[in-house]
Design a protein. Sequence first.
Length: 269
Amino acid sequence: MSDASVSPDISEELGTALPYLRRFARAMTGSQSSGDQFAAAALEAILTDRSVLDGAAVKTGVFRVLYGIWSSAGAPVDDGESGLKARAQKHLSRLTANSREALLLHSVEGFSFGEIASIIGIDQSEAEELVQIARREMADAVSGSVMIIEDEAVIAMDIESIVSDMGHRVTGVARTRDEAVALGSADKPDLILADIQLADNSSGIDAVNDLMANLGDRPVIFITAFPERLLTGDKHEPAFLISKPYTEDQVISAVSQAMFFSSTETLKA
């Protein structure tokens, strides 16, 4: 039964979920524009007919609708890329089906295995297995050097430990925009992990843009306490965001994803 009207409570929940829905859609498709198209299609489907939620919680339901639309479209990933994206997509083609999406849903979006099973349409045990498979396959396939831009010493040390334990080499930690540019010039990283607000009130976004101008394309992960502020659709967005406070799983997942499925678009300050 079609229901074009949506209650204020559901509309509010959809609005709250939208930035994260767009983040997931972009990570699946490899493109901000393509991801936004799928996210918009999912919202339109729910606004047209609330029954597609099928009794699920709104956030789980809208992710399930998005995944269903994307899968029905052939699970497209942007092609015709070159450089980092082309290499990342070559790696992705070798992953077990659904494992990357399950890992994204669990480690980045914070869904339980039961919720992932509902979203993808599989058993809970299979959802757990897919997450483990993705972690193993990604860890075995890619390693490299990682630069950390973070002004909080405890957080920087924690991230450095996580990244090193994954088998990557940390080139160093920069606390300001100028330090980041100097560090990047001295030891070119394969991946940059950057905070937004730095020690001298300079911008991690500006630091990354400077590094891109000097070094060329690099995958980037931004870390921020307010990811929804960077997922507005008004400007270029990073493909990977880690929310503060973060978990070890989120860092591992984001680093693995970025090495595999990198986007070098940067934000404009």
